[in-house]
Design a protein around this ligand. Structure first.
Ligand SMILES: Nc1ncnc2c1ncn2[C@@H]1O[C@H](COP(=O)(O)OP(=O)(O)OP(=O)(O)O)[C@@H](O)[C@H]1O
Ligand SMILES: [Mg+2]
Length: 254
């Protein structure tokens, strides 16, 4: 049994559809290749994608876990885990989204402290809403990764978020500029983005990592960073994911 505490990394954004879930999976692939035990906690409660993208069919999920904790039916964590491979486990978002609004924030710290004893890394997939669930998740994470694109709305909202972090004197977040989704559809360069945000982005995935047939990988439940062909074809992006995975583990803490 592992005794040290896991690193808890939340992947979030200020806009939807920017590549959070793909980033979570790509980071999980890198950690798993380094023989780290990874738990993906799918907290995108209303439009979860992790189970779908990994072709999993969970029997239990985060709702049944909180409900069983609440009703003293919880016996062991394994009952709520769905395995992807030797090193990657998942706690799925509710299969029935009607249950999502019944998840109580008060169990989040309890769950995170339980899983922290078993895994090396906990990767939390979120949605971009500043609701109580997400605020609790961010509050209880060691490191927060914001994924942004070159979209002007995204960048404006990120700039506001940076000032909020400044006001709160919180520094445990980093920014990934992800150009890979919108190949050829952005007008701002990485330098423009840095100037606009008045801060350099911490990580950058260029649009050379745009994968035309990404849906083929998704329908086969493949994690890009674990795929042989992708690893050979997109060496630069893979090395950025490796660098990002390492530095998120070291992390800036408040
Ligand atoms: N490298 C890539 N190349 C091509 N398409 C990509 C790439 N990465 C992500 N996508 C596609 O972009 C879309 C958005 O990605 P993803 O679902 O990871 O974003 P998200 O921020 O999690 O979205 P949401 O806010 O809806 O949860 C998906 O259709 C995904 O397949
Ligand atoms: Mg998502």
């Amino acid at each position: 049994m592992k005794l040290s505490k896991a690193k808890i990394i939340a992947v979030t954004s200020v806009k939807g559809g920017v590549g959070k879930t793909t980033t979570v999976l790509n980071l999980a692939g890198i950690y798993a290749s380094n023989d780290k035990k990874v738990l993906i906690l799918d907290m995108d409660l209303y439009s979860s994608a992790i189970s779908v993208m990994l072709n999993l069919d969970p029997t239990n999920d985060i709702y049944t876990l909180t409900d069983d904790l609440n009703n003293n039916r919880f016996s062991e964590l394994d009952d709520y885990i769905t395995k992807y491979n030797k090193n990657i486990d998942v706690i799925a978002a509710p299969k029935d989204i009607r249950m999502s609004s019944r998840i109580s924030c008060s169990y989040i710290p309890v769950i995170l402290s339980k899983v922290s004893l078993i895994y090396d890394v906990i990767l939390i997939d979120t949605n971009h809403f500043m609701n109580e669930i997400n605020l609790t998740l961010l509050e209880n994470s060691d490191s927060i990764l914001y994924v942004v694109t070159n979209n002007p709305i995204d960048l404006k909202n990120m700039r506001s978020m940076i000032s909020i972090y400044k006001d709160m004197e919180k520094t445990n977040y980093s920014i990934l500029l992800n150009e890979s989704i919108f190949k050829g559809r952005h007008i701002y360069t990485k330098n423009d983005v840095n100037k606009f945000l008045k801060r350099d982005v911490d990580y950058y995935i260029s649009d050379r990592f745009n994968i035309k047939d990404i849906d083929k990988y998704i329908s086969n439940g493949v994690i890009l960073t674990l795929d042989k062909k992708i690893k050979i074809t997109y060496k630069k992006a893979i090395s950025t994911y490796k660098y990002m995975a390492d530095s998120l583990l070291l992390g800036k803490e408040d």
